[in-house]
Unconditional design. Structure first.
Length: 101
């Protein structure tokens, strides 16, 4: 028997606090702060208590956390992997725009 699925349903305009994002990623707040310091996430707000994250941040944070936990990639490596994934997605979008796929 498969384990039950768990998830979070978010509106595209949803704003998450640091605590909410940490819970959603199953990561400590300190780890999310490190992702911000590394430039992986760029929340709105000037300090951690005021930070607000979007569902895009949630996806990025989850990928970064998984890369670190599952593959043992360090923070800088996770940041680089996310940057490369962003570039791949941008290239795919360009291909679709010109009719190549």
């Amino acid at each position: 028997m498969l384990p039950p699925l768990a998830g979070i349903v978010l509106d595209e305009q949803a704003q998450l606090t640091l605590a909410e994002l940490s819970r959603a990623c199953a990561a400590q707040a300190e780890h999310i702060i490190e992702l911000v310091e590394e430039g992986v996430l760029e929340p709105a707000g000037d300090e951690p208590q005021l930070w607000r994250f979007t569902c895009v941040h949630l996806r990025r944070a989850r990928v970064a956390v998984r890369l670190q936990r599952d593959l043992g990639i360090n923070l800088a490596g996770a940041a680089l992997a996310l940057q490369l994934l962003d570039e791949v997605e941008a290239l795919r979008a360009r291909l679709r725009a010109i009719g190549g796929g």
